[in-house]
Design a protein around this ligand. Structure first.
Ligand code: ZN
Length: 274
């Protein structure tokens, strides 16, 4: 279908610069290659809830559809570590002027790139409302410039330990990547600034996760993928700790033993190809 392109404007998305093309009189929305944006015509197709969706707006360059954030959303859904709409995840924007976060009240299965919400200094961009826990994500990004991603889950074993006030201890060496111990923070109402400040104060490069009593788990990393990895490490360790506690008081690795693990991990994996 030939189109008359009236305007091309850059649209900053995750890892990619896309282009919005405004075409007079069109009632459809779509995406196409950059060459097609030059007015040679293209077949329009775009997810229904894209934030920029409005009459006659076209997004050029389809590569926006798989961001790091959406990839982690899909991994969380497929892992079955949580269910329904509980939990949320965010990623700092490349421009570092804010962050992208999952929407409120949308199940993990249904979250798509176009349903993500951007928050810049408390201002919201997108068609949907952000997760109710956006203040905690914002507080973490503001207080810790090194944080690139945040994962919040009501995963079962971390939540079990949170309701009995038990930190997640280093009962396995895999915890070394996250912390010597994952603390339990006092219970505070979800979505409040009180919860946000409590979590932001507790986390650091040496303590990359914390439980909130009777609530769940927050984990951070220098990317959203590393935050998700930390969350999984904590949930798995909490599961081991829970089951071990049914038998006897589990042995806990010392800070020295954990540091030795970190040193060894620096050389873990395949050597780079010469
Ligand atoms: Zn929560």
């Amino acid at each position: 279908m030939p189109l008359t392109v009236l305007q091309i404007a850059p649209l900053r998305r995750r890892k990619t610069v896309c282009y919005i093309v405004v075409e007079r009189g069109s009632s459809s929305v779509g995406r196409a290659s950059a060459s097609q944006a030059e007015g040679r015509g293209f077949e329009a197709r775009l997810p229904l809830h894209f934030p920029s969706r409005r009459r006659g707006v076209f997004v050029i360059d389809g590569s926006f559809s798989v961001s790091g954030l959406i990839s982690v959303v899909q991994q969380i859904f497929q892992s079955q570590i949580t269910f329904g709409t509980s939990g949320n995840v965010s990623e700092r924007d490349d421009d570092r002027d804010g962050f992208w976060i999952t929407p409120s009240g949308v199940s993990w299965r249904d979250i798509a790139d176009e349903s993500l919400v951007k928050i810049t200094a408390g201002a919201v961009t997108g068609n949907l409302r952000p997760s109710t826990e956006w203040r905690a994500h914002q507080a973490l990004y503001e207080r810790h410039p090194w944080i690139g991603g945040v994962v919040h889950l009501h995963s079962p074993y971390a939540t079990i330990l949170s309701v009995v006030g038990s930190p997640v201890k280093a009962v396995h060496y895999q915890m070394a990547r996250v912390a010597d111990e994952v603390p339990v923070l006092p219970y505070t109402t979800f979505g409040t600034n009180e919860l946000a400040q409590s979590v932001a104060q507790a986390l650091s490069p040496q303590v990359r996760a914390a439980l909130v009593a009777n609530h769940g788990l927050f984990a951070v990393g220098d990317s959203v993928q590393s935050a998700w990895t930390a969350a999984r490490e904590v949930e798995w360790t909490a599961m081991i700790q829970y089951h071990a506690m049914l038998i006897a008081a589990p042995a806990v690795l010392s800070p020295g033993q954990l540091q030795a693990v970190r040193d060894a991990m620096a050389h873990y994996g395949q050597a780079p190809t010469p």
